[in-house]
Design a protein around this ligand. Structure first.
Ligand code: ADP
Length: 407
């Protein structure tokens, strides 16, 4: 078969033997490799399966974390809005939705504009990077403080936006009213102080032996009274802020209280062309226990309001009577006017602190008067109610528990 020389044949045999050896060696190598690989693959598969199940667990715990997070977001007092890179709103909690008056209002609102302002920002310096300072924005008749932040990933790429919103309407209003209140007090103080100063200077300029100028003294005393009233008003407001209002419980005749108020205001009202009518017939027996100065203040405020929200040539009528209400006997004093009346929408709010109805129509005041007047009535165990028709007029009724005459 073979014609090769012997040496050559043996070389060839050796070569073939090498190939054979190599073959069997490589075969076992491949087998080992295959075994190792398949073991590795099995381990990999096991590992993959293990990772998959941890991933699934993590996903489960993440989604329960997400649910928990969403529940927390839902219960937050702050509004939270989360947007993706394109600006699409991916999450909005209930508070934010209520602030906006519905999800759909987002892009038409000041929040939409705020987002656009920072849309171009692509990179972040932290996981949550504030975009500008927080700002007060008008939102659906409220004032909202909004802070916009970019959400960044590990490589500081912006992957979304979060807005945190806080309703600051009350704070903003209170601040505005506080400024208004100080200005109002300054104005109220200025006029009696000027009159007192002038009257004092005139009295000083009189010769020492001259008879006392009664008119000047009257003016002086009247204006001192006005300052006294103002001081009382301020004190009541301060006490109400502290949550308590103490009133005296002196025996009083309601007729006296009514006449003190009417006599003090009659001239001022008639100079404005407003008639002040009084109906007190048959009430001389109406007795209460109360704080004369504070009741006068409350009644005086109702009369002043009747004139302020009255019409030229109109009237303010003060009428007192006794009446049973809920098995209890009350001295009732009503103050009615034929003025502008109160809009139905304003009615539920006029006793709220700082509420002023249509401010354009309101000639003065801070919207505290009725709040204080009702607090005075309630501190006496009584009440202050209102009935009104827009364009027709209003009736305020002050009720104070009646007591038997103490003589
Ligand atoms: P203000 O200091 O503004 O008068 P008040 O607490 O006394 O505050 O009254 C609250 C609001 O109630 C007023 O701003 C006004 O809109 C309304 N109001 C009060 N009294 C009358 C009235 N007699 N007629 C019409 N509106 C009234």
């Amino acid at each position: 078969m073979s014609h090769l020389p012997r040496e050559t044949r043996s070389e060839a045999d050796a070569g073939l033997g090498g190939v054979h050896r190599f073959g069997s060696a490589s075969e076992s190598l491949f087998r080992r490799l295959y075994l190792r690989l398949s073991r590795q693959r099995a381990a990999q598969i096991d590992g993959l399966q293990a990772r998959l199940s941890t991933l699934q667990q993590r996903q489960q715990s993440q989604s329960s974390q997400l649910e928990r997070l969403q529940a927390i977001f839902a219960s937050l007092e702050e509004g939270i809005i989360v947007q993706d890179t394109s600006g699409k709103v991916t999450m909005m909690n209930r508070t934010a939705e209520a602030m906006l008056g519905g999800k759909r209002n987002f892009w038409g609102s000041a929040l939409g504009t705020l987002f656009e302002q920072y849309r171009h920002v692509q990179t972040t310096s932290a996981e949550l990077m504030p975009l500008g300072e927080s700002d007060e924005l008008p939102l659906n008749n409220r004032i909202v403080r909004a802070q916009l932040s970019a959400i960044g990933d590990e490589s500081n790429q912006r992957i979304g936006t979060v807005m945190i919103l806080r309703d600051v309407t009350h704070d903003a209003l209170a601040l505005r009213l506080k400024d208004g209140f100080v200005a109002h007090i300054a104005r109220e103080l200025a006029s009696p102080v000027n009159v007192i100063k002038l009257a004092g200077e005139l009295l000083m300029a009189q010769p020492e032996d001259a008879a006392v100028n009664q008119r000047l003294l009257d003016k002086l005393l009247h204006n001192v009274d006005m300052l006294d009233q103002l001081a009382l008003e301020l004190l009541d407001i301060a006490q109400l802020k502290a949550g308590s209002l103490d009133v005296l419980r002196e025996p009083l005749r309601i007729e006296q209280v009514v006449w003190s108020v009417v006599n003090g205001m009659d001239a001022a009202l008639s100079s404005r062309g407003i008639d002040l009518l009084v109906m007190t017939r048959g009430i001389s027996g109406l007795h209460v226990r109360g704080d004369d100065t504070r009741l006068q203040w409350a009644l005086g405020h109702l009369v002043r309001n009747g004139a302020d929200y009255g019409r030229e040539g109109g009237y303010v009528a003060v009428a007192a009577r006794g009446e049973d209400r809920g098995g209890k006997r009350y001295a009732l004093v009503s103050v009615s006017d034929n003025g502008i009346g109160i809009k139905p929408a304003d009615m539920p709010h006029i006793f709220e602190r700082f509420y002023r109805g249509d401010a354009a129509q309101a000639p003065r005041g801070l919207g505290q008067g009725l709040f204080v007047a009702r607090a005075i009535a309630q501190a006496h165990g009584g009440f202050l109610n209102v009935e009104s028709r827009e364009g027709v007029g209003s009736i305020f009724t002050l009720g104070i528990p009646q007591v038997a005459a103490t003589g």
